[in-house]
Design a protein around this ligand. Sequence first.
Ligand code: NAD
Ligand code: WQD
Length: 348
Amino acid sequence: MAILLTGGAGYIGSHTCVELLNAGYKLIVVDDLSNSKLNSMVRIKEITGKDFKFYKTDILDREALESIFVENSIEAVIHLAGLKSVGESVQMPLHYYHNNITGTLVLCELMKKYNVKKMVFSSSATVYGVPEYVPISEDFPLRAMNPYGRTKLMIEEMLRDLYHSDHDWSISLLRYFNPIGAHESGRIGEDPKSIPNNLMPYITQTAVGKLEELYVFGNDYPTVDGTGVRDYIHVVDLAKGHLKALEKILTSKGVEAYNLGTGKGYSVLQIVAAFEKTTGTKIPYKIVKRRQGDVASCYADPTKARKELGWLAEKGIEDMCRDAWGWQEKNPSGYEDVLQDRNTSFVF
Ligand code: NAD
Ligand code: WQD
């Protein structure tokens, strides 16, 4: 029996592949490479030395996805495939709703048809919108503020309805906070297609000289130094959270949401200082006006994941900075994919 991982070539997916393979799971990866490179798969094979299957497939392609269910004996699905840029989702809402929601719908219909009723879903802290206070626990009101966030919220609701219609389902909704960092080997990491929207890749690209300076979005928030506070979590800790959630859904039924965060908040300037100290680099920055839609402070209460999944983030901010830099320094142009054009599937 195998685990099907959608979106497995992406940033979080590639790190989840490594943890799954190292834990001895049989793995099938599905990704259309719309926001990732095939080279990530080559590097996963190199890191783990383990075999796995890769299908270059769009989850919206029902026929192609169905053939994967026919060819393989799938026990559970970890569903990460999706588009994730908040700004792009405002510009292209239909594209986001179609890809994220219809994609999940097609996947769930096939799971139902082939009696695979176990899913770990990558949701996001964005479903909390503007929290009334912090830390945020899973029972906070849900109110997404943009099309991307609404796709996550709608999918969560769809999956809850699915469970309520058939109690054989077992579903974990993982609400990630701010994943940063990379595998300690420096062989896999975050590889944004264009100028990064997120803080850490912007910092690493500034450190490596690809970008001139960091723009800090506002220093007049009610926080420790006026800059925005977030719960940054090492991507390897996050990947390990998927294994814990998988163990849970393999052994029990129900639908539950879990915050995957550290429970600690860091401001933008604290991150800049930690990065400079850990890596010995200098990050020139300029304070500019607030970015529309940003909240002042967002960090998790991760107690539920600790109690029910036995999961706790172990890595600190220095590990996150060191590993983010290790990846960027060794791969200044990302994966530079030579295999990108091979429109096919592989057994790695
Ligand atoms: P990513 O873009 O690196 O990975 C997503 C992967 O899904 C990509 O490899 C992309 O090619 C693939 N994909 C997209 N649409 C697809 C489709 N229709 N069929 C097949 N593959 C498809 O992003 P990531 O940061 O690794 O995020 C993974 C998941 O976690 C996403 O669902 C994202 O919304 C969610 N998430 C990410 C963050 C974050 O800050 N990175 C935070 C919260 C939630
Ligand atoms: C972090 C802090 C910015 C860039 C986003 C999505 C969220 C989730 C994770 C998927 C904020 C500040 C940033 C820059 C800056 N993704 N910043 N200069 O906004 O917390 O979350 O990614 O689910 O849905 O909204 O992350 O890394 O963009 O910002 O000053 O160039 O850094 O204002 O305070 P965010 P981020």
